[in-house]
Design a protein around this ligand. Structure first.
Ligand code: PAF
Length: 284
């Protein structure tokens, strides 16, 4: 696996490869890799001649400084896992390489309502920070295919919107790869490393509650069902930010279901200090 720390070096090398007819797949990460990330590498390897991954803990997307400080860093193990997965290139930039002169405050992406609902509502500024870094990474790598995990459902929509806003829709194809789960249903996430043993045992309740919504979904008024799901999460010792049923293609919350519209259930909740998110398509 080739390792690049400088944007210009990576950009130059990839340009040479493209000139030779190679196709580029890209899976950006913040490290603390798990099998969910490795499934993105696997998907990219199937579709492209060169698979690039990046590890960069992006300070601009943390609305909570404590979350940033505690974000797990397991670089040596990550490099080993990427090698084993057959990743061809790792981009490992410093903060000043990505944001020379600091992350700009005057850069704004018009994400519309995606920025004010669900994750956008509870993590102010988060998606602007995601756009800042992803815009830079895509500028450097210029991949034909971009691989993202469905676990961050709203982020997938935001990045798709960013690609539209930048006019890159015809040159970058977004592939959303399914969420990988532990045997007990907990969605794989770097933040799971921060759970204590007792919290880890409790954590799959978030997935069970999404499953409860799926099992009990009926045409008509969804409000009583949503309320029960919220109560269930609280009874399982979660402090929910939200649990919502939304249109699967727009993420607009749905209170009255016509029985046909494709739906996704999304949830974000704290187990003490650790905030977990998950989602489940309700009628695929
Ligand atoms: O999902 C993540 O790990 C991050 O939000 C991303 C897309 C790598 C941007 O920092």
């Amino acid at each position: 696996m080739r390792l690049f720390k400088k944007s210009a070096d990576l950009h130059h090398w990839l340009k040479q490869q493209k000139a030779k007819g190679k196709t580029i797949g890209f899976a950006p990460t913040m490290g603390a890799l798990h099998n969910g990330h490795l499934s993105l590498i696997e998907a990219s390897k199937k579709d492209n001649s060169i698979t690039v991954s990046s590890i960069f803990v992006n300070p601009a997307q943390f609305n909570d400084p404590k979350d940033f400080e505690k974000y797990p860093i397991t670089l040596e193990k990550d490099i080993e896992l990427l090698e084993l997965a057959g990743c061809n290139v790792l981009f490992l930039p410093s903060v000043s390489e990505i944001y020379p002169g600091g992350a700009p405050d005057n850069e704004h992406y018009n994400l519309g309502y995606l920025e004010t609902i669900l994750e956008g509502k509870y993590r102010s500024g988060h998606f602007q920070g995601v756009c800042k870094v992803v815009k830079r990474l895509l500028d450097i790598v210029q991949p034909g295919n971009l691989y993202l995990g469905q676990k961050d459902y709203q982020q997938c929509m935001v990045i798709t919107k960013l690609i539209e806003l930048m006019g890159w829709k015809d040159s970058i194809k977004v592939s959303v790869c399914p969420t990988l789960r532990e045997a007990d249903g907990l969605a794989m996430s770097s933040r799971n490393m921060r759970l204590t043993k007792a919290e880890r045992e409790n954590a799959p309740a978030i997935y069970r509650t999404l499953g409860f919504l799926k099992t009990n979904l009926e045409k008509g008024n969804l409000l009583p069902l949503k309320r029960k799901a919220l109560e269930k999460l609280i009874a399982e010792r979660f402090k929910p930010d939200y649990i919502e049923i939304a249109d699967a293609s727009t993420l607009q919350p749905i209170d009255e279901w016509n029985g046909k519209q494709k739906l996704v259930a999304v949830a974000a909740a704290f187990l003490n200090e650790v905030r977990l998110i998950d989602n489940l398509l309700l009628n695929e």
